[in-house]
Design a protein around this ligand. Structure first.
Ligand SMILES: NC(=O)c1ccc[n+]([C@@H]2O[C@H](COP(=O)([O-])OP(=O)(O)OC[C@H]3O[C@@H](n4cnc5c(N)ncnc54)[C@H](OP(=O)(O)O)[C@@H]3O)[C@@H](O)[C@H]2O)c1
Length: 470
């Protein structure tokens, strides 16, 4: 039996520390030995809640199953873990008053099978793992509000396209020094489009876990209801804190109505995530006569954001526009957004629409930045989602082992809306919580005047009134 006792002092309340740790699947955000972790039991963590934790031990992945055996709010959590030749009982206690908490850890490890035969060699290894985990936990819970800047290594990587693209895989996500989401959002409202699956559902789940009231926007009532239930299951949130609004983003009228409904329910909107996106290999137009890639990826975010602008202004809100690294291949070409059917290609139309979304993001930041709204665009990395499997089956099959999972893809969208650090950025394009260049290929940089022309084109094409210019 190996016993470890240690502690760390964290500049947060015992309540926050307990809230973060009682969902033990957050260990994937702070324990460097953990590859992924998942809460298996739906709902709020309680005695009996189980977690699956995949750890990387000496380069091999092993699965442990944890179960909460004791839970005293804001005071103590005990978990039993089994698997990979290890049986553990780990108790975490929280002691402190406002703003400062001593988190004490006591672990008992029994080794079985080959792990036990490794005998004494395992002792220093386990001690080191726990000490790194405790360091990671302290960093995860310590609010870091410093602005993010791109380091020279990542700058160089962006300019060498191959290395830059390698960071779009799960390697880029794991290269981040802090992957935590621990800045709670109770009393805040977050709306997410495309929340019925893929990255959007993961975004909604993480915001709900942080305590936000989440509104899922989607086109199918059954898929919306199912997604809302999955979000509640993951987050353990109050059932009424996850709402839905139905709208087909291919239809301007429906998008506008969804925005109005959102405003009527929530006159203050803290975060809007324009996440929904789609790639269409065949040319077709929406009922409004707009090519579908442009309609979903560009016109819908424009219409929704402009419609809910009063709510964003009231809250000093943040908008996250889900773009794609694919846009690096395209320049801003307004004429091509309504180009002829014969010139249509799925990938190029997608790249153009995402490039335009990044230009729109930039223009919005200039237009509404002084009024206190923050706009940022982002690339989620290459993520294994139903959308990728359908639109890019060969890419999906080839890169499957290194693709990110949906939670990794969601990470920056949550960080941009929830963290104090992200308040410093406006009009930028992010990957893995770091601002990146919007152009790396010569001839693809857009001018502010071109972004303004795009805005004019969107007003004309959508026919909606934009905020402040009625
Ligand atoms: N996955 C990647 O590797 C990757 C890389 C770069 C950028 N992105 C971007 O990340 C975002 C999310 O991608 P994902 O991979 O999670 O996509 P996904 O699996 O295809 O999910 C897309 C979501 O958008 C919704 N949606 C699509 N068309 C809609 C419409 N007309 N009306 C209402 N909702 C609609 C879908 O709803 P339904 O359930 O009704 O279909 C779904 O919830 C997209 O903007 C995508 O372009 C993804």
């Amino acid at each position: 039996m190996i016993q470890i006792n240690t502690h760390t002092d964290i500049p947060r309340s015992a309540r926050d520390c307990f809230a973060y740790l009682s969902d033990f699947s957050t260990c994937e955000q702070w324990d460097p030995a953990v590859y992924r972790a998942r809460k298996l039991t739906p709902g709020k963590p309680r005695i009996g809640t189980e977690f699956r934790v995949i750890v990387s031990l000496l380069g091999r992945r092993k699965t442990l199953r944890y179960r909460i055996t004791e839970l005293m709010a804001d005071e103590r959590i005990t978990l039993r873990g089994r698997g990979a030749g290890i049986a553990t009982t780990e108790t975490i206690t929280f002691d402190g008053d406002d703003g400062q908490c001593r988190v004490a850890y006591r672990g008992e490890f029994s080794l079985r099978g080959p792990t036990a035969r490794a005998g004494r060699l395992a002792h220093p290894f386990i001690h080191r793992m726990i000490s790194q985990a405790i360091k990671g936990l302290k960093a995860a819970l310590t609010v870091d509000d410093k602005p993010r800047r791109q380091g020279w290594l990542s700058y160089a990587a962006d300019r060498s396209v191959l290395v830059g693209e390698a960071l779009f895989t799960d390697r880029g996500y794991f290269a981040m020094s802090n992957r935590s989401h621990a800045e709670f959002m109770s009393d805040r409202v977050v709306a997410v489009t495309g929340a019925t699956g893929g990255i959007g559902q993961a975004i909604a789940s993480e915001y709900a876990r942080l305590g936000a009231r989440v509104v899922l926007i989607g086109r199918d009532s059954q898929r919306l209801a199912d997604a809302a239930q999955r979000v509640r299951d993951v987050a353990g949130s109050d059932p009424t804190a996850v709402e839905t609004i139905e709208a087909d983003l291919l239809n301007i009228g429906q998008v506008q109505r969804a925005g109005q409904q959102l405003l009527a329910r929530h006159p203050r909107l803290d975060v809007l995530i324009n996440n929904a996106g789609a790639m269409f290999h065949d040319y077709a137009t929406s009922a409004d006569g707009i090519e579908r890639t442009v309609a979903v990826n560009l016109v819908a975010p424009f219409v929704l954001t402009e419609t809910v602008m009063p709510g964003l202004l009231a809250a000093g809100g943040r908008v996250v526009n889900m773009a794609s690294g694919g846009m690096y291949a395209a320049r801003l070409n307004i004429d091509a957004l309504s180009g002829p059917a014969e010139a249509h290609g799925g990938l190029s139309a997608y790249a153009r629409a995402k490039r335009a979304l990044v230009a729109l993001n930039f223009h919005w930041s200039r237009r509404y930045g002084d009024a206190g709204i923050i706009f940022n665009a982002m690339h989620p990395g290459w993520v294994a989602t139903p959308g990728v499997a359908k639109a890019l089956p060969r890419f999906n099959a080839l890169l499957r082992p290194v693709l990110r999972d949906a939670r990794m893809g969601a990470d920056t969208a949550v960080w941009l809306g929830a963290s104090a650090a992200a308040r410093h950025a406006n009009g930028q394009f992010f990957l893995d919580r770091t601002p990146r260049p919007t152009a790396v290929i010569p001839g693809t940089r857009f001018k502010p005047s071109e972004a303004q022309s795009l805005y004019g084109w969107l007003r004309q094409t959508s026919g909606i009134d934009v905020h402040g210019l009625r």
